[in-house]
Design a protein around this ligand. Structure first.
Ligand SMILES: [Cu+2]
Length: 508
């Protein structure tokens, strides 16, 4: 085995002092510095994979190939179906894991600039969380090692370097992590050809098929960057051939800034069975589903009344652009602003099948592990545009800064109250607030005035990203991780994040 330790060391940013490095090493003795030599034996992992980020090209559109950045994976050890490469896609491989597995990922950066990988939604040690201060230089390698403690669900991975998350994700650096467990398997949900995963991203291309992106200037940073067409799973082709019957569709909004309000044609309702953190206790039947950047949804669709040869469309319904925010220059950013109706994808039905599946009344017993802690202290966290910046609690991101109200005890439960207030000149936006670490619960949502995006927000189950609409106050109950160290919480509109709408919290 090659020595990774030297490479990890060489990848540390020069700004990290030795004391910080030693502290991290101490806290994460089983993670990035896990050296077989330290234990006198080969450290046992169930899954061992390489993940290399590098520039490449893909035949996305007719004509010239598109220059992208992407993750390429290779399996060193583990079940043969751990990695699924998507043909003709710029996305990284789908990584299929199982609760309880010990996983090692050797991330190699060949991008020509610093990067680091965040495992979005997974509760992992500090050293594996992708904090920007851990970003490694071009040519360096970073070794992640963690145990999958999350429930079955749809998670994802993407870069998290300081001020460069937006452009790196936009160029193609993202991929799905699908975790399974015994509780989910016992439900025998539609699988194989009857299970789709759909990563929704909007992109803009120039006449030579090259990606167009701008995060510079006030327009990009205030509003977030919007494309003018939807790309599904990193592929331009958005038609899927399916059989009728029951279909499971796992959705991820992997867009930088676009909010979708999803609905199916033919008056089809969807049974939403899960969100960011796995299955709900019971299915929720919805006509529309609001999905903000970073969020996932697990949906069952009953197509048994649909004839073979029918085209069923997934659309993003029209909504009032101002419901996603008023940042002054809204709409000037893209030919297709937030709220413009969009065709997301088309299901073309082939044979008529009626598999023996019934929607379970009860999906999961996991909610029994949770009760509302009504007497917990509430931390108020205003979200506002102040001093020409998006702020959290009146502050912006400082690499190693943690304020007193951002320190929590390991394993403790807190209530945080996000208050989306208008900044100067009434500037405000919908902010999908993401906490690293454990999944949390939404306790309440109080909105002033009507907002068409509220229709379609479920707030059920366990989440890691909650959409806070303009003028809303959203309370969440967070059972903080038992992993010690510094983690992040931030807006998942990537241009807001890159602009500084991010803070550290520290688990002590
Ligand atoms: Cu935001």
């Amino acid at each position: 085995m090659r020595s990774e330790q030297g490479k990890v060391g060489s990848g540390q940013p020069s700004s990290m002092d030795r004391r910080e490095l030693l502290r991290l090493a101490g806290l994460s003795s089983l993670a990035m510095f896990a050296r077989p030599a330290l234990f006198g034996a080969e450290a046992e992992v169930d899954v061992d994979l390489m993940l290399t980020a590098s520039p490449g090209e893909t035949a996305l559109l007719p004509g010239a190939p598109t220059q992208v950045w992407r993750f390429a994976g290779s399996l060193v050890k583990g079940p043969a179906d751990t990695l699924q490469v998507l043909p003709g896609s710029y996305l990284g491989p789908v990584i299929r894991l199982r609760t309880g597995q010990r996983v090692r990922v050797r991330f190699v950066n060949k991008l020509g600039e610093a990067s680091i990988v965040h495992w979005h939604g997974l509760d992992v040690p500090e050293s594996c969380d992708g904090h920007p201060r851990l970003a490694i230089a071009d040519g360096a390698e970073y070794v992640y090692e963690f145990t999958v403690t999350n429930r079955a669900g749809t998670y994802w991975y993407h870069p998290h370097p300081h001020m460069r998350t937006g452009p790196q994700v936009y160029r193609g650096l993202a991929g799905l992590v699908l975790v399974r467990d015994a509780e989910e398997e016992a439900l025998s949900l539609p699988s194989g050809d009857a299970e789709l995963f759909c990563v929704l991203q909007d992109r803009r291309f120039d006449r030579r098929n090259q990606l167009v992106y701008s995060s510079g200037g006030m327009m990009g940073g205030m509003d977030g960057f919007l494309g003018d067409r939807v790309i599904v799973n990193g592929q331009a082709e958005t038609i899927r051939n399916i059989d009728t019957g029951w279909l499971r569709v796992r959705l991820l909004n992997g867009s930088n800034a676009r909010i979708y309000q999803l609905a199916w044609s033919h008056g089809l309702q969807m049974a939403v069975i899960g969100g960011d953190g796995g299955l709900f206790e019971r299915p929720r039947v919805q006509a529309a589903l609001t999905l903000a950047p970073g969020q996932r949804a697990d949906v069952l669709l009953d197509l048994s009344a649909i004839d073979a040869g029918t085209e069923v469309n997934l659309e993003s319904r029209a909504f009032n652009e101002a419901d996603a925010g008023r940042a002054g220059m809204m709409g000037m950013n893209s030919a297709v602003p937030n709220g413009a109706p969009l065709r997301v994808m088309t299901l073309r039905t082939r044979r008529h099948l009626a598999p023996p599946f019934q929607l379970p009344a009860r999906l999961s017993a996991f909610d029994a592990s949770w009760t509302v802690q009504g007497d917990a202290r509430v931390r108020r966290v205003p979200l506002a545009f102040l001093g020409m910046q998006w702020t959290i609690g009146g502050r912006t991101f400082v690499m190693n800064e943690v304020a007193a109200d951002e320190i929590v005890s390991a394993g403790s439960t807190h209530i945080w109250e996000f208050v989306n207030v208008a900044g100067r000149m009434g500037v405000q936006a919908a902010h999908p607030m993401h906490l690293h670490g454990r999944q949390f619960r939404v306790l309440s949502r109080n909105g002033s005035g009507s907002n068409s995006l509220r229709d379609g927000i479920s707030d059920a189950g366990w989440v890691d990203t909650v959409l806070v609409l303009p003028g809303e106050t959203v309370r969440v109950q967070v059972p903080f991780s038992r992993h010690l160290g510094t983690f992040m919480y931030h807006c998942h509109i990537l241009e807001h994040e890159d602009m500084g709408m991010m803070r550290n919290f520290r688990v002590v």
